[in-house]
Write a protein that binds this ligand. Structure first.
Ligand SMILES: Cc1cc2nc3c(=O)[nH]c(=O)nc-3n(C[C@H](O)[C@H](O)[C@H](O)COP(=O)(O)OP(=O)(O)OC[C@H]3O[C@@H](n4cnc5c(N)ncnc54)[C@H](O)[C@@H]3O)c2cc1C
Length: 439
């Protein structure tokens, strides 16, 4: 039996696993990477700590990808978290889970993960060529025959397209794979930024809060204008992908409790990033707004009672100095402005109506969404090669024989938490295995 030639395009999480696994099964594997070294996005991941997987079970993982998650069923059942952790341990990288379920290398260094992945490839004889940009995949009789760069051609029995998404182009993911797949007849589901900061229409107000970070707020997006938000409709529990959605006809798009950061033109931080895709999608149907609950631990009623007590106890102080004990000064001023209460009002002068207005502003500091930051700034690209045209049991194209896909080039994206990397590793492993065994 002749030795199979497998060409892997792209040396990210998916491509590396595909190359290593195909070589492990005896294929002659060449990985072509256009950057000066593989794994640049893995290096950036998890703020340089590499959140490589999660302790949740397969069912929960799948829900984190929305309806498309079902595509991952076979790949996850074939090579999942424990397999990945075992592989990494054999390569010298021990991992640990944080209380929230996210898994990182014990060293806290993504460089250790990239070094281990390189060892996985070199130990199995993968030929890695860097600084080589693939421009096309050549086919004959509907089967892959070679991969072309501007300088050379590489014959291939099987090709794994592992070029990633189109975000963070400085890591090498510039969307080349979508163009190559489209040229071969694959449909590309429209590319959208996911896990990206939100921008708001109230630019001046946002800019005045720039740099402030709140560790515990509830951010809720509503499918209406900011003026029309009913603060009482803010859910008390999170709503969003991977979570029980609650009322189906609610104006709430998503709601997340966590940290937020004010940016020059809007909001970032985990709570904002997580809802960005749902917000962008909801904007196609009409205006979307945001309400920030600055006191998420208290109900409207509790907060109103607490404010009454504090204001009565400190009648001689200015209302802004009372709020300042709860919040950073600039936010306190924004709350008072929204409530229409002058900042220097003496606490004893605050009327019941003003107190209610302050309570509502604290429970729902509102902004109109303008949009989301561009794809290049997104942590993940939503959309990609249509899953309808890829066999989930092998990752092989249903259109071109010998063509396999893995990782973010596929129409798959999940929330933060290690799900995206695990999907790239799992689909890469499966694509490599099937590419080596095919035909
Ligand atoms: C800042 C940031 C932090 C993140 N943190 C996390 C995290 O902590 N946990 C998590 O699960 N996910 C995280 N993600 C997402 C995760 O990193 C990606 O989903 C994952 O790396 C995708 O892997 P991939 O192999 O599909 O693609 P990529 O890692 O993007 O790799 C694709 C590779 O293909 C190469 N390539 C592209 N075109 C060509 C071509 N024409 N010829 C040759 N080579 C080519 C690229 O140079 C690149 O090396 C993060 C993303 C970003 C941007």
């Amino acid at each position: 039996m002749s030795i199979k030639q497998v060409l892997v395009i792209g040396g990210g999480a998916g491509g590396i696993l595909a190359a290593g696994r195909a070589a492990e099964l005896g294929a002659e594997v060449t990985l072509l990477e256009k950057m000066e070294r593989p794994g640049k996005k893995v290096l950036l991941s998890g703020n340089g700590r590499c959140n490589l997987s999660n302790t949740r079970d397969i069912g929960e993982f799948i829900t984190m990808f929305g309806p498309n998650g079902r595509f991952l069923y076979h790949a996850f059942h074939h090579f999942f978290r424990d397999d990945l952790l075992k592989l990494l341990a054999a390569l010298g990288v021990m991992t640990l889970a944080e209380p929230d379920g996210r898994i990182f290398p014990v060293s806290g260094k993504s460089t250790d993960v990239v070094k281990a992945l390189q060892k996985y490839m070199s130990g199995r004889g993968v030929k890695v060529l860097t600084g080589v940009k693939v421009t096309a995949i050549e086919i004959a009789d509907n089967s892959t025959v070679s991969v072309k760069t501007s300088a050379a051609g590489y014959p291939a029995d099987s090709v794994v397209l592992a070029t990633g998404g189109a975000s963070y182009p400085q890591t090498g993911s510039t969307g080349d794979g979508y163009r190559m797949a489209a040229k071969l007849g694959h449909s590309i589901v429209s590319l959208r930024p996911a896990l990206v900061p939100l921008t708001v229409k109230e630019r001046q107000a946002a800019a005045s809060l720039q740099g402030i970070s709140l560790s515990d707020a509830r951010l809720t997006s509503f499918s209406c204008r900011a003026e029309d938000i009913d603060v009482a409709a803010t859910p008390r529990a999170d709503r969003g992908r991977g979570l029980v959605t609650g009322k189906s006809r609610s104006p709430v798009v998503e709601s997340r409790r966590g940290s937020i950061v004010f940016t020059q033109d809007g909001l970032s931080g985990p709570a904002a990033l997580l809802m960005s895709l749902a917000v962008a999608d909801a904007m196609k149907a009409g205006p979307v707004s945001l309400a920030i609950d600055l006191q998420p631990g208290k109900t409207l009623l509790q907060l109103s009672e607490d404010l009454k007590t504090v204001i009565c106890a400190h009648g001689g102080r200015q209302v802004k100095s009372i709020l300042n004990e709860l919040l950073p000064e600039r936010i306190a001023l924004a709350v008072l402005m929204k409530a229409g209460v002058p900042a220097d009002t003496g606490a004893s002068q605050v009327t019941a109506i003003q107190r209610q207005a302050i309570t509502r502003a604290l429970k729902g500091l509102a902004f109109n969404v303008e949009g989301v930051r561009p794809l290049t700034e997104a942590m993940v690209t939503a959309g990609g090669v249509s899953l309808k045209e890829v066999d989930p049991r092998t990752m092989q194209s249903k259109i071109i024989r010998g063509l396999y896909f893995c990782g973010e080039v596929l129409d798959l994206d999940a929330d933060t938490g290690g799900f995206n990397l695990q999907a790239a590793f799992s689909t890469g492993y499966m694509a490599g295995e099937c590419a080596a065994r095919a035909r």
